[in-house]
Design a protein around this ligand. Structure first.
Ligand code: COA
Length: 312
């Protein structure tokens, strides 16, 4: 089997092929290694959201590996160039084409692009998946903060636990706040990606909601975005100045997602916040680690990573 790797736009026909590839590769990998294939469902249709959102957000920035004879998509990897870095995700290879260097070559193409731009690359990697963890560390990524993936079902009538202190300072983001959200994240985490926040706030592809929290003087001390699309219910990305503010943002986000079962990621090191999430009924389902080719050593605050658009 020979294949070629290239950056390029995804056609409507590619969306279907990419969704099937993502679904098939995840089901096969998690079922064969962990007996957890069922968690990705039995249909590829929810995965159509990935190519749809990514083609709208970063048109032409998908890397695909295609069979040189049939043109069939054998691998996909999405890249997202931002002010401070290039984010990467999700990466997948068709099960029957695995182990032949496809993921490595797709990643190498994105890393070359990042190098040419003079920017580090960042992604979120599962700690249960040694294949992808090793793929990234072999290519020069260094692991950083560890996150626990927590699953929760929000009661139909809303959160039963009392509202945390600080939640009165949480409000819906205004449509013109992408810049101040990006500035706040930059001040805490040393990364900037205004494009993502503008995309969420425009809310034209997918279904997004963004909360912000503010200090007495009106300046931001946290934000929390979430995907509320039926195909992909997940809280993040977000950053809060401290655990108390993070708990307030998370409580408000969950209370707005009544009756839904969803995942959010919390830094394992944020022990109080993690205990609070347990007290709300959240259960650990996986572990992830932030990986970067140049970690930001001065990063501060509490981060909520997400898988779309993948960030940490
Ligand atoms: C993870 C995945 C993308 C790998 O794709 P692939 O095309 O089979 O990977 P490659 O053939 O390019 O090999 C990856 C590299 O990792 C290395 N590797 C894999 N497991 C390893 C281990 N346990 N220790 C060290 N290196 C390892 C391989 O040896 C190879 O490096 P090499 O060529 O220098 O030997 C694929 O299994 C997949 O699609 N999984 C399901 C989707 C998924 O989980 N994606 C990751 C989301 S974070």
């Amino acid at each position: 089997m020979s294949f070629s790797i290239s950056f390029g736009p995804l056609s409507a026909a590619d969306h279907e092929a990419v969704a099937k590839l993502l679904h098939r590769s995840l089901v096969q990998w998690y079922e064969s290694r962990l007996r957890q294939g069922a968690k990705f469902g039995d249909s590829h249709e929810p995965f159509l959201l990935f190519p749809e959102v990514y083609e709208a957000l970063d048109p032409g920035e998908a890397v695909t590996a295609r069979d040189t004879q049939t043109g069939e998509v054998l691998g996909v990897c999405f890249s997202h160039e931002r002010e401070t870095h290039v984010a990467i995700g999700i990466v997948a290879t068709a099960p029957e084409a695995g182990g032949r260097g496809i993921a490595k070559q797709m990643m190498a193409a994105v890393l070359e692009k990042a190098r040419n731009l003079g920017k580090p690359a960042r992604l979120v990697s599962s700690l249960l998946n040694l294949d992808s963890f090793s793929l990234y560390t072999r290519l020069g990524f260094a692991p950083g903060a560890i996150f626990q993936d927590m699953l929760i079902t929000v009661p139909e009538d809303g959160m039963t636990s009392p509202e945390p202190t600080g939640s009165t300072r949480v409000r819906e983001a205004r449509s013109d706040e992408a810049e101040s959200i990006a500035d706040f994240e930059h001040s805490q985490q040393g990364i900037r990606r205004e494009k993502d926040f503008a995309f969420f706030l425009q809310n034209k592809v997918g279904s997004w909601r963004v909360l912000v929290s503010e200090r007495e003087d009106g300046s931001l001390n946290g934000f929390l975005a979430m995907s509320t699309h039926p195909s992909f219910s997940m809280i993040g990305p977000g950053v809060a100045a401290d655990e108390e503010m993070a708990a307030a943002l998370l409580w408000r986000a969950l209370d707005g997602l009544r009756g839904k079962t969803l995942v959010f990621l919390l830094p394992c090191a944020a022990a109080n916040l993690v205990r609070t999430a347990y007290s709300w009924g959240a259960r650990n389902v996986e572990l992830h680690v932030a990986q970067s080719t140049a970690p930001v050593s001065s990063a501060q605050g509490i981060v909520f990573p997400t898988f779309m658009p993948e960030t940490a």
